[in-house]
Design a protein around this ligand. Structure first.
Ligand SMILES: C[S@@+](CC[C@H](N)C(=O)[O-])C[C@H]1O[C@@H](n2cnc3c(N)ncnc32)[C@H](O)[C@@H]1O
Length: 333
């Protein structure tokens, strides 16, 4: 039996998986931030902070395989790939910590007989934190610019995750109020904690709800701007998406803009040009039974649900990220 598989491309796939695991852990443990701020990370300091020295050393040794750090006896220092890995840390955290459990039970989830009820689990707090980090590089700066140009007094962020967007939008200008809606208890808890810690509880409410089926309520009555980032696909399939988007118009009668940003389905066969995130995003949604629409399919859903596109932006990161700027088709400016 040949042993060519013990080194080279296939062996590298094995090691890459462990780099992903280590990057995610180093991100959560604050090791990446420490390296970013100081340029080095001391094992003595890790131990003094309550971490197991051997585990920390091994996580960093794994990262050194990918040239993210260089490891010496008593510390690690940043390596040539550190800056790129730091910028991408949210993708790894989302994949490993947020979705890792579901990836590991893919064979069970593939059996159609078992796809009933709550057939999978994800760590929604980690999904929310990972999404925030993923949005930080390109999406969030674009939102900041767009929000500065828009006139709004009450914003509602659908699928608010960590709550960062509604907090940023509400604090960007005086007097603005905000509402965050999320279906996952872990995300609602995280967002509510963050709002309270920032002293914004008098201006921002975080509520539990399913954005596909929101009923009008007093809290929504004055919302003039709706944002919805990285969960638009949860509205699908098409019939429920059209009904859900139409229902938003009833739930938010004063809304003049809906900013919907999501990753659309890649129409390319996987190959050397495949970028970060695409395969993970499409596989995890296949495992969950969630349909990912193409850009063209979104156009059809907007047209059928009474939302008119007034702007569209494309993001380099996350790859396939699109922001649709919409207004009610029969609305007043
Ligand atoms: C990928 S995260 C994005 C979080 C946040 N919007 C951001 O940009 O960082 C998707 C969020 O949408 C929430 N979500 C998914 N389906 C939902 C639904 N039907 N109703 C409300 N929230 C939903 C999830 O719980 C999760 O917090």
């Amino acid at each position: 039996m040949s042993t060519t598989f013990t080194r080279g491309p296939v062996a590298d796939i094995f090691s890459s998986y462990l780099v992903a695991v280590s990057l995610s852990a180093a991100s959560e443990l604050g090791i990446l931030d420490g390296l970013r701020e100081q340029g080095s990370y001391s094992f003595d300091a890790a131990e003094a902070g309550g971490l197991d020295r051997t585990v920390v050393r091994q996580l960093l040794a794994t990262l050194s395989w990918a040239e993210i750090v260089e490891v010496a006896d008593d510390k690690a220092v940043v390596g040539p790939r550190f800056d790129e890995a730091y910028a991408a840390r949210g993708y790894f955290y989302w994949m490993v910590r947020g979705c890792g459990e579901l990836f590991s039970v893919a064979p069970g989830v593939a059996r159609t007989d078992d796809r009933v009820g709550d057939f999978y689990t994800r760590d929604m707090r980690a999904v929310a934190v990972g999404s925030r980090l993923i949005g930080d590089t390109h999406v969030e700066p674009h939102f900041t610019k767009l929000l500065a140009e828009l006139d709004y007094k009450v914003i509602c962020d659908l699928g608010c995750g960590s709550g960062q967007r509604v907090m940023a939008a509400a604090t960007a200008r005086p007097g603005v109020r905000g509402v965050g809606v999320d279906i996952a208890p872990a995300a609602v808890e995280l967002a509510a904690e963050s709002v309270a810690e920032a002293g914004l509880a008098d201006r921002i409410s975080i509520v539990t709800g399913d954005v596909r089926n929101l009923a009008p309520r007093e809290l929504f009555a004055d919302v003039d701007l709706i944002t919805c980032v990285f969960l638009g696909h949860d509205f699908w399939p098409k019939a429920t998406c059209v009904a859900g988007l139409r229902q938003l118009r009833a739930a938010f009668p004063a809304a003049r803009r809906l900013l919907l940003c999501d990753v659309v389905r890649s129409e390319r066969v996987p190959g050397p040009e495949t970028q970060i995130f695409t395969l993970g995003f499409e596989l995890i949604h296949a495992l969950m039974g969630v349909y990912i629409p193409t850009r063209q399919e979104w156009y059809e859903a907007f047209a059928e649900s009474g939302w008119e596109i007034v702007g569209e932006s494309h993001f380099a990161a996350p790859p396939g990220g699109v922001l649709f700027e919409l207004r009610p088709a029969d609305g007043q400016e």
